[in-house]
Ligand binder design. Structure first.
Ligand code: 2P0
Length: 325
């Protein structure tokens, strides 16, 4: 059996940061995201009864040890659900338009869950694929669906948590302009950064208190297609997440000088009359939400900020697509 899946990255408008159950990888707070068209992972899985271990290839090179561990753990869960034991060859390629240092775990684990479920003959619904993707990486649960997606907070011990599609990609003509601040790998993995925040930051409980309010504000404003209200809640969620991380001991800080310059430029764009709002994830890049009609102007403005190494314009994208053979 051979299956191929294509999935796209997503960016959170209301941020996920921290877990309520690390063993089951359940998020402590709800998050709301937009799946993007521009950042694609393609994964092919082929079962091979002659193999005595899984062979994992990422971007053309075979990965072993810790790099393959989370992929093999996902295959083990799918095999257990299917009552099967054959090992597999997994080959995954990130078709990102640039060597951007942008996160690929969301698209990667969404494509892996969908391809593995199909290859092992499970007739899983999107909801079941999303729950499995969440075990690999919580943000991956959201990439199973296209467009605007919510991942509710988890309940400790409940492994069925999956993302919920809110609106399809056609809901709203927006763009997300990505300004890349470096092409280097991130300094602190998000999994480690959120753990350190939960364990040491005095602002952790404040984050747990405000994150659900921002997620609700984003959802309500999305339904009304109110860009200013979405952008305002998105920035509030972003800065609260990063503030909780900065206050960890030692600090978890992803922003660099260029990141702050970009935030200033986005605020200046608003003073110039362009509706543009910024978000950042577990890295120094800045992503700017704006109407599609303003995307090129926003891209030109952020590209001029000193230290920006590349830019791209992403649009709302589709959910996971899986084919056999
Ligand atoms: C998000 N991030 O909501 C947030 C905002 C980064 C900052 O989801 O531990 O790679 O694998 O569940 O999904 C990054 O965290 O973490 C992330 P795990 P994941 O998009």
């Amino acid at each position: 059996m051979r299956a191929r899946a294509v999935a796209r990255a997503n960016i959170a408008l209301a941020k996920y940061w921290g877990k309520c159950d690390a063993a089951l990888n359940l998020p402590a707070v709800p998050s709301v995201s937009l799946t993007l068209d521009a950042l694609v992972t393609e994964t092919v899985i082929e079962l091979d009864g002659g193999l005595d271990h899984d062979v994992v290839t990422l971007d053309g090179s075979v990965r072993e040890g810790s790099e393959a561990k989370k992929v093999i753990a996902a295959l083990d869960r799918v095999r257990a659900a299917a009552g099967r034991s054959e090992r597999a060859r997994v080959s995954s390629v990130n078709r990102f338009p640039t060597a951007s240092g942008l996160a690929s775990s969301a698209s990667g684990f969404a494509a892996l869950a969908a391809a593995a479920a199909r290859a092992y003959g499970l007739g899983w619904s999107e909801r079941e694929v999303s729950a499995e993707a969440r075990r690999g990486s919580a943000s991956a649960a959201r990439s199973v669906y296209g467009g605007w997606v919510e991942l509710p907070a988890g309940v400790p011990g409940n492994d069925r948590l999956a993302a919920i599609p809110l609106h399809g990609p056609e809901h709203w003509e927006v763009s997300l302009v990505v300004a890349m601040a470096t092409k280097a790998a991130k300094a602190i993995a998000s999994r480690d950064g959120m753990k350190q925040t939960a364990e040491t930051s005095p602002y952790w409980s404040a984050w747990l208190g405000c994150a659900p309010l921002y997620a609700k504000a984003v959802k309500d404003a999305l339904a009304a297609r109110d860009l200013e209200a979405v952008g305002t809640a998105m920035e509030a969620s972003t800065f609260a997440m990063h503030a909780s991380a900065w206050a960890a001991v030692p600090a978890v800080r992803y922003a660099r000088g260029v990141t702050l310059e970009l935030l200033d430029r986005v605020r200046a764009l608003r003073h110039e009359g362009v509706g543009a709002w910024a978000t950042m994830d577990a890295g120094p890049h800045v992503k700017v939400l704006c109407m599609a009609a303003d995307a090129e102007r926003v891209r030109e403005a952020v590209a001029e900020v000193q230290g920006v190494v590349d830019t791209l314009i992403a649009r709302p994208g589709a959910g996971v697509e899986v084919t056999e053979g």
